[in-house]
Write a protein that binds this ligand. Structure first.
Ligand SMILES: [Zn+2]
Length: 377
């Protein structure tokens, strides 16, 4: 097979509750848009039914007591003490099936990893994955089980060198935390600066510890950063580091809450910059496990991940959204009937200020982090 797409109708069945910004319907809308474009019936590209992960895989990262607590609230009923595990209020509500849903999402990421690692499919995409904030014994930032960490841990057990590239608007703090002290995983996160956005971490000075010193790389972007700066920052840092590190496999978190239309964040990317970067990740990856991530403008999520999947399959899509799809989902607020966004560039004094800050960060990384990464044996 050329690539594979892991999916389940049950991805969209969970409900974080009224008023919560994360709508699982976005995954179904993405699937439907891909299908309408014919991207789920390409030759040699199977859509594979997701299977829940066995508990032993969750324990590759999470603690026994946290998994027991998450399992305990699976019926949607609150349990005293859940708050010690980040559960039950605000960002990480307890809902019916929360544990089952988390196992399903993680299982899909593990299936993608198995297909990629075995060589069966050099690229696999799980749009439901990329839940990068979950910590070993704590739910955080809408994330209960950290599927990127579990996937990477399973690859490390097989002796693989893994590079993790995270382009979500939020810092990939859980993944960084898990691999902060090892040189076997290179984590690179490009995100909105923690000065302005959850989780408040991911500064360039966070660069790993002990053997891992230099192997955690952070590119905090100021609010109002646009496509030009996003692509510039990526180009200046990621290709050089990957060429030095020489990973066997790249795991990417393709969060799309970094777009100008996203209600939770302050970056100003569009499909133009996003597609350019996704294309570059494809070029740089010997094998590629692609995961989803954040995204709170539902129609934008569907468009961006459809474009990403087209890039993975080297298919050029027409810009007009399929008529039949628009007829089926007219109330989903598509602002335009086009797949791609118009180009957007920040201008004037604000652009100058933001550009100066991005340049400062990149120079700092080149001087302080680049020399620490040793070339793979
Ligand atoms: Zn995010």
């Amino acid at each position: 097979m050329k690539t594979s797409f892991i999916y389940s109708e049950d991805f969209a069945k969970n409900d974080y509750g009224a008023g919560h910004p994360l709508r699982s319907f976005r995954l179904k809308l993405t699937y439907e848009l891909m299908k309408a474009y014919g991207l789920l019936s390409l030759p040699d590209v199977p859509v594979i039914q997701a299977i829940p992960a066995e508990e032993k895989y969750l324990l590759l990262y999470h603690t026994r007591d946290y998994i027991d607590m998450l399992n305990g609230v699976n019926n949607g009923v609150e349990i005293p003490g859940e708050e010690n595990y980040g559960l039950g209020f605000g960002d990480n509500p307890v809902f019916e099936g929360v544990y089952e849903w988390s196992r399903l999402v993680t299982g899909a990421s593990l299936q993608a990893a198995e297909l990629v690692d075995s060589g069966a499919a050099p690229i696999s995409f799980n749009v439901s994955g990329g839940l990068h904030h979950a910590l070993a014994s704590k739910a955080s930032g809408f994330c209960y089980i950290n599927d990127p960490v579990i996937v990477i841990s399973s690859l490390l057990r097989k002796g693989k060198r893994v590079a993790y590239i995270d382009i979500d608007a939020h810092h990939g703090d859980g993944v960084q935390d898990a691999f902060y002290r090892t040189d076997k995983v290179l984590t690179i996160s490009l995100h909105e600066s923690g000065l302005y956005l959850f989780p408040g971490t991911g500064f360039e000075t966070e660069m790993g510890e002990g053997e891992g010193r230099g192997y955690s790389v952070n590119i905090p972007m100021p609010p109002s950063s646009d496509d030009e700066l996003f692509v510039y920052a990526f180009d200046e840092v990621v290709p050089s580091l990957l060429k030095k590190f020489k990973p066997n496999i790249v795991v990417s978190q393709l969060g799309v809450d970094s777009f100008i239309t996203d209600p939770l964040t302050h970056l100003k990317y569009t499909t133009n910059g996003f597609c350019e970067v996704v294309g570059k990740i494809k070029e740089l990856s010997p094998r590629w496990i692609a995961l989803g991530g954040g995204g709170y403008d539902v129609t934008n999520v569907a468009k961006a991940w459809t474009l990403a999947w087209a890039i993975m399959n080297e298919v050029d899509l027409p810009n007009a959204l399929p008529e039949a799809f628009l007829e089926q989902y007219p109330l989903e607020g598509f602002r335009s009937r086009k797949l791609r966004d118009k180009e957007y560039q920040e201008t004037g004094a604000q652009k100058k200020k933001v550009k100066a800050e991005v340049s400062r960060v990149i120079l700092w990384i080149k001087e302080n982090v680049f020399p620490l990464i040793s070339t793979s044996p």
